[in-house]
Design a protein around this ligand. Sequence first.
Ligand SMILES: Cc1ncc(COP(=O)(O)O)c(C=O)c1O
Length: 425
Amino acid sequence: MKDYTTLSKEELLCELQKTNKEYDGIKALGLSLNMARGKPGKEQLEYCMPLLNTPLTSDSFGTNSDYRNYGILCGIPEARKLFSELLECDEDCVFVGGNSSLDLMFGTVMRAYVSGICGSMPWSRLPCVRFLCPAPGYDRHFAICSHFGIQMIPIKLNEDGPDMDAVQKYVENDPFVKGIWCVPKYSNPDGITYSDEVVSRFADLKPAAEDFRIFWDNAYIVHDLYDKSDKLLNIFDELKKRGKEDMAIEFVSTSKISFPGAGVAAMAMSKRNLEDAKKTLTVQTIGYDKLNQLRHVNYFGTAENIKRHMKGLAEILRPKFEAVYKSLDELTKLGIAHYHKPRGGYFVSLYLHPGCAKRTYELAKAVGVTLTAAGATYPGSYDPDDSNLRIAPTYPSKEELEKSLSVLSVCARIAALEVLIKSAE
Ligand SMILES: Cc1ncc(COP(=O)(O)O)c(C=O)c1O
């Protein structure tokens, strides 16, 4: 295989002709494959079934209160303890909610809009609100911003986390910058884990806005694929050292530990932030699904057991991720792509030759392979280089995934060849 960027125009044309033929062959197969969303595959769901098959017994419904009944807004104590072990923070800083961490994030933004945070002006009364958005990032974070009319400021995501010089400049000088979205471990989509230096620099921030909050979405906290996992510094430890615990709110869920949409979500924050949030939450609900919390506590028991369970899921996922790495390595050898090889998480983020992401997406779609839409990983769906595609390898079977990857490879090659031929003209 030759590096495309070293080929003459004639060689490129000849390569395009060959690749177009491959594409025509795929068209005839009438495929219908999906690599668009980060959903667990069937095998993962089956692996989690013992959680549902363990019955709740009458001696486990609580001693001081009955978990089958209304109440206990912050979650059952056993679930708060379990999440505090997982997040390595105090139990009384943990709020255990319903089935979705995204819902807790949305609620946090909504409370800020309606009531303000810890006595500050409600965001709805401000002339504008801005959020920093490390990009590429999670499209649903950006969707929350769009929904509330929050201005999104893209921040470059480097190999060790967001560009902290840019973060510091905005946070420390602009009082309308109220938040930043962070997926600090195995980020969606790049699979990057923030370095110790980046986490320390977050803790060092001196925001211009007293109600600035770091939305620390630790969705992939225990989602390691290999024994040698990435390590993330505990942001609350760093904040505590500096007396700034109010500055971050951490979110987590068991969506990709047990069942998406039927797991348990939690958030951790300072006591001051929690007391403030509870003023609204207590009006909003009498309490979340404590029986599901109990089910998870009974099944997992400890954070160590959760980690053991995740090793089993990693056995299912690792071959799929490695199929992606193999296919993408071939593209990188052609000089038309690069990517970071994550050691965990749910995605792989592919950077194609500039100007090729949309074309590749459309070519794949036309032959029955659905990818996450090109641009979706950027605020406002605008990828300035039209280069990034998010690959979600978990949902399809390994065979389907391999088929999808070979289609992706053909489409990416066509798109790159077309651009290279044009620039050779
Ligand atoms: C970074 C990130 N946060 C949150 C979520 C959604 O989590 P939940 O199911 O707990 O709402 C996802 C799902 O893909 C995600 O990738």
